[in-house]
Structures are given as structure tokens and as C-alpha cells.
Design a protein around this ligand. Structure first.
Ligand SMILES: [Zn+2]
Ligand SMILES: [Zn+2]
Length: 279
């Protein structure tokens, strides 16, 4: 169940994500579509995009999603920053569109200097503007559940539901459920598996859950901190991931791990996740 994968590098060319995905044993991949550390991004050339699409078609990979730049804050209370963020976000969407990706995972942002309600409304407005500007967007904007650190939006299901409710284009939105973030936010995935997905279903709707970030957590339940740990080596533990990867409700959902790839850990994590599947 689920399409297992990791976040892969695009160093040397966007199409290298495909060979990296194959090398590590991915069934699904997540990528940055450009350098995520600078505002001054260079989009991949048409030739590189074409090579990526051709390579992906022949790869056996089932799904690919993008993660947006960490610099973007769609909830910013600073007018200039907000405009810059929204602009960068349109460009993210255009690259996602060109590359024919299945979704664009994004962090809702931070409302520092304002109120939570203003922040939530600003994110919804940012999404509405983005979806009206990139009209033929045939992918999905996937709002990521966060650990709720400080003024970060998205640290509970209600905030995500509030935002998505205000977005007019329901067809092109969904949620990315990061297990480490949810655990940090206070959802006890280790002990309350069914209860938490039931809650997600009643507040947001499970049909909206279109991507997992399957990270274990280095920090305790409810710590409001975001520290990823390798599969089974953290506070959540392997049994949660065994349930997740065998859960029929998520059989077509990308299950992406985002932990440091030192000592071939991506390959090892993917192998371990695959071994949890019931034969
Ligand atoms: Zn993220
Ligand atoms: Zn994280």
C-alpha cells in the first residue's frame, strides 16, 4: 500500500531526480523544482523539463510531488514579503504544471506580527489568488500539517480545515500529512492510530489526504518542535508506520521520507518501509 519514496536531489539537472529515485528504490519521489534557498530562482530549461518527463515516463515511478521553497510565507503580515511570496508561489505552480507533477506541498506560513485569524485568512487568499492566476493548474496544492511551532500555521487539523474551506477551488486542494509534525503538534500517532485518522476524517475529510511525509520524530509528543528522525528510530516508532503502509485507505498515496541521506540512509529507509508491507 502507498507509494514509498524519499525527497530526492535535483543537483546537476531536474531529470537527475528520476535516476536518484530509481537508484534509491523509490516508487514515488518528492523534489524541489528549483533552488529552495534563494528568491532568485532559475526555472529548468524546456529541454531539461522534457528530459525529466521522458525519463519519468520510463522509470516505473508512480507519483511525483514538489515541495515549495522554505522562503515562501503565504501568511506574511509584511506586504512586500507577502507579494514576493505569492509571486514565487505562482512560479512554483508553473514549474509543477510544466513537469506534470501530482502535487505541490507547501507550508501554510507564519502569522508573526498579526493574529492567527488574519494569518489563516491570508493563506486562503493566497491560495485563491494563486489558483485564479494559474488557471489551467492540473495538479493539487497540498497544505502541509505542521508542528505548530511559535506562530506557524497548520499545527492542528482545524486550522487546515478552516483554510481549505475558504478556498473556492476544492478540486485542486488537499493536505500533506507529515507524521513527525503531527506528533510534535500533539497527535499521538503511536498510541491512537485509528482515533487520529477518524479525527482527520471528521475535521478535514480523508479524501483530502493526498500525501504523507513519513518521518519519525526526534522530539516528544506535543513538543511543538519539528525534528525528523529515520524510520523506526524516533519517538513514533516502527509500529505506526507498519499500520500506515498497510492501510488500504492510503493505497495510492505517496509516502515520502525526508531524513538526511548520510550513509545510504535513503536506500535503507526505503528497504525497511517496503519490508513492513504484509505479503
Ligand atoms: Zn514540508
Ligand atoms: Zn519537518
Amino acid at each position: 500500500m502507498g507509494f514509498i519514496g524519499v525527497h530526492v536531489s535535483i543537483a546537476g539537472g531536474i531529470y537527475n531526480a528520476v535516476s536518484e529515485g530509481i537508484r534509491t528504490g523509490c516508487e514515488a519521489i518528492q523534489i524541489f523544482t528549483a533552488n529552495q534557498r534563494t528568491w532568485d530562482v532559475k526555472s529548468p530549461s524546456d529541454a531539461d523539463v522534457k528530459k525529466y518527463i521522458d525519463d519519468f515516463k520510463n522509470s516505473g515511478l508512480k507519483k511525483a510531488v514538489a515541495h515549495d521553497s522554505y522562503l515562501i510565507n503565504l501568511a506574511s503580515t509584511d506586504g512586500a514579503k507577502l507579494a514576493q511570496s505569492r509571486n514565487a508561489f505562482y512560479e512554483e505552480m508553473e514549474r509543477v504544471q510544466a513537469l506534470k507533477l501530482d502535487g505541490l506541498v507547501f507550508h501554510p506560513g507564519s502569522y508573526r506580527g498579526g493574529t492567527l485569524e488574519q494569518g489563516l485568512d491570508t493563506v486562503a487568499e493566497s491560495m485563491n489568488l494563486a489558483l485564479s492566476r494559474v488557471k489551467k493548474f492540473n495538479s493539487k496544492l497540498l497544505l502541509e500539517i505542521t508542528a505548530g511551532t511559535g506562530n506557524t500555521i497548520g499545527g492542528n487539523f482545524e486550522e487546515a480545515a478552516y483554510i481549505l474551506d475558504k478556498v473556492k477551488d476544492k478540486e485542486r486542494t488537499g493536505v500533506c500529512f507529515d507524521t513527525a509534525h503531527a506528533y510534535g503538534a500533539g497527535y499521538d500517532l503511536k498510541n491512537e492510530y485509528e482515533k487520529i485518522f477518524k479525527k482527520f476524517d471528521s475535521v478535514i475529510g480523508l479524501e483530502k489526504l493526498l500525501c504523507f511525509h513519513a518521518n519519525d520524530s526526534m522530539v516528544p509528543l506535543g513538543s511543538k518542535k519539528d525534528r525528523h528522525q529515520h524510520l523506526g528510530q524516533g519517538e513514533i516508532g516502527i509500529e505506526f508506520f507498519r499500520k500506515l503502509i498497510n492501510d488500504k485507505r492510503f493505497k495510492d498515496t505517496p509516502v515520502i521520507m525526508e531524513t538526511p541521506d548520510e550513509n545510504d540512509m535513503d536506500i535503507k529507509n526505503i528497504k525497511l518501509m517496503k519490508s513492513l508491507r504484509k505479503k
